[in-house]
Write a protein that binds this ligand. Structure first.
Ligand SMILES: *Cc1c(COP(=O)(O)O)cnc(C)c1O
Length: 458
């Protein structure tokens, strides 16, 4: 078997047989998916759960229209963020009351990084050299790096990035391998106080070994902050795993949790130190007693202090339906079943697409090993490949929706990304998408790249 290759291509019949045996197949009917479309972008925006239509309509017409301001109490608006947080918590191994929903992932990152530095400074008093390095990866999602740099600038810390050396194009191109061991090696510097990682890489889908990294970080006295944007609802996460507890986590509501465009995000802090430090955005809804209208700020106990301003009730209502659409897997095997199906879908797509992809100069940017792979498959465009943007445009016109990620740096390839949402995607769709990718590659290779202005969102 050549490297980067799984075994032979599956047949349409074998994919249909996998779907027929799929214990999660009843979940798909929860979603309103356009006919004739194979939707493989649930890692960017999850599909619409039918239940969101009814619940948002109810929130508009009854709760807002009829209840008006009384709905803060009568419809439970004031408790909705915590209710949705409690519904998300078991998906990532958190307990009830430990995780809440507020703001965006970017804003929550700002809060938790600030608090993590506070905690590192609290712990660091008196022992060895001052810890003042926040460690992350060169390839981390841009917003994570921007927010981390901003917090470091404000608190006089230093942001250090693990990644390929500048100009090392071969290393830069090798994006399909989680750099967990490089990250762990970098923890040995006693100046490192906080580690920020995204669990599943947004470009390659490579997944870090969270338990091993948390253990290493604890041993080194380093506080861990995890971004679960591409994990929650797609891969199993255990933030409180007995031997390898994380310290802080944030995650996204509109990806695999199907919360709708711009859905609010979640934030979790380990209960052992949630009350030890404050987050920097002192809004009234994170106050211990918002309706006493105190002159001074006193943070609420527990995760409630991570709230800031008034929650977006309509978006929160849609997110609740989205989270319920994932929790509907509970009686069917829960996150373990979702993860098993996700791996089966990505494996099927790789096997079905690899011959055509490799014949056209694409190479797999996603790890083949299950324990290193999240819930997406990314094909990287090598120097001989047809223009990736044109290939994705052709695919989308033919009803297969993935997305295109341009190279962020010299030496790194353009990517064609295909996200697989185990709550609604099928093996037959994986097979159809693979056939369509082959056709789109042949089409663009024949016609040449298409002159096209890129829209604002790709
Ligand atoms: C999607 C994503 C975000 C999104 O942040 P927003 O504040 O919701 O725009 C952040 N981090 C990662 C790693 C993501 O994949």
């Amino acid at each position: 078997m050549p490297p980067n290759t799984m075994d032979t291509a599956p047949s349409l019949e074998s994919c249909r047989a996998l779907d027929a045996a799929d214990p999660l197949s009843p979940l798909r009917a929860q979603f309103q998916l356009p006919s004739g479309v194979v939707y493989l972008d649930g890692n960017s925006l999850g599909a619409l759960p039918q239940a969101a239509l009814a619940s948002v309509q109810h929130a508009l017409q009854q709760e807002w229209g009829q209840g008006l301001i009384r709905s803060w109490n009568d419809a439970g608006w004031i408790h909705r963020a915590q209710a949705v947080g409690d519904a998300i918590a078991p998906l990532v191994g958190a307990g009830a009351g430990e995780l809440t929903v507020a703001d965006s992932t970017s804003v929550n990152l700002h809060k938790v990084l600030w608090a993590a530095i506070g905690l590192a400074q609290l712990r660091g008093r008196g022992d060895g050299p001052a810890r003042r390095v926040l460690l992350t990866e060169t390839d981390n999602f841009p917003t994570d790096r921007y927010i981390a740099q901003g917090v470091c600038d404000a608190l006089d810390w230093v942001l250090r990035e693990v990644g390929p050396a500048p100009g090392d194009h071969a290393q830069a191109a090798a994006i399909g391998h989680p750099r967990s061991s490089a990250v762990m090696a970098a923890l040995s510097d006693p100046q490192v106080g906080v580690l920020l990682l995204t669990h599943v890489d947004y470009r390659s889908g490579a997944m870090h070994d969270m338990a091993a990294i948390n253990r290493a970080a604890r041993a080194a006295g380093v506080i861990t902050v995890w971004d679960l944007a591409h994990s929650a609802g797609a891969v199993e996460v255990d933030l409180k795993a007995a031997a390898a507890q994380a310290d802080f986590a944030v995650g996204c509501g509109y990806k695999y949790l199907n919360g709708g465009p711009g859905a609010p995000a979640f934030v979790w802090v380990h209960p052992a130190h949630v009350d030890a430090v404050e987050q920097p955005l002192r809004g009234w809804l994170g106050h211990a007693a918002p309706f006493e209208f105190d002159a001074g700020y006193r943070p609420a106990q527990g995760i409630a202090r991570y709230a800031c301003g008034t929650p977006p009730i309509l978006s929160l209502t849609a997110l609740q339906a989205g989270v319920n659409s994932v929790r509907a897997a509970d009686p069917l095997g829960g996150m373990a079943a979702l993860r098993a199906k996700s791996l089966s879908l990505t494996r099927t797509f790789i096997r079905a697409s690899q011959a055509a992809a490799q014949a056209h100069g694409l190479h797999l940017a996603t790890p083949l090993r299950d324990e290193h792979r999240g819930s997406q498959v990314s094909w990287a465009c090598g120097p001989q490949a047809p223009d990736g943007y044109s290939v994705m445009r052709t695919l989308i016109e033919r009803g297969v929706i993935g997305d295109f990620r341009a190279s962020p740096r010299p030496g790194q390839p353009d990517l064609l990304r295909f996200g697989f949402a185990p709550a609604y995607n099928t093996h037959e769709e994986a097979w159809r998408a693979a056939q369509a990718l082959g056709e789109a590659l042949r089409h663009v290779a024949r016609q040449g790249p298409r002159a096209a202005a890129r829209p604002a969102v790709t």
